[in-house]
Ligand binder design. Sequence first.
Ligand SMILES: [Zn+2]
Length: 260
Amino acid sequence: MERYTRQMDLRKIGKRGQARLATARAVIIGCGGLGSVSAELLARAGIGHLRLVDDDRVEFANLVGQTLFDEEDARTGEHKVIAAWRRLRHINLDVAVEPVIARLNERNADSLVIGADLVLDGSDNDATRYLINAVCIRQSIPWVFAAVLENYGLIMNIVPGKTPCFVCTFGCPDQHAYRNKEKGALAATTHAVASLQVSQALRLLLRDGKTNQGLIYVDTWQPGVEIVPVKGPPTSCPACGRGEGCKALDPAPIRRLSLP
Ligand SMILES: [Zn+2]
């Protein structure tokens, strides 16, 4: 436990929190810019079990921000989850890291998240997020949405039955036209967003107080953080049945995340 001394000194964690963390199981969907950073932070923090799901291979273009990977991984085209697993074993052997070479889809989603205490979104596209949302509602597992575009980021806790879900917040997939697939992201922004995502993940895993119901919007270039309140829509949400339905929230911060 010596390595966690400083962490256990934190009032929000303490010895009890550390012990709880040691039994926690998280699944990270996507092991790229966001997922690999979140995986490293959770492994260093002493989470018990970490399942990493991704079928991509390491490329040189990943080395700008994805600190779990190195030139050798890029040269050999190693699978990201295997390279991450190897590196994380050197960082913290206490953590059971389970690499899964797969892309989340309708067929494998349920089996990939079953038994998890928490799912972290490390993906780069909304189709995957709708799928994470659906499977987490089905299995009643909290998840933390995160997205980065250029120097902007979004983070939100989604706890089935307690907070608005991804569909409550952004609308149905066919109404969802205002955020493009994230192509370019400043590595520093990605790390900031992953840090916020892991902070929220720790809060959820340690059941620290009331769940934040807002959408966290961050800009790391012209620095600022806003919490955008998420309200229920007018008729019942087709995904979670909550609130008043499926109408996309469209606050200014989200519009700013759209590229021409
Ligand atoms: Zn919903």
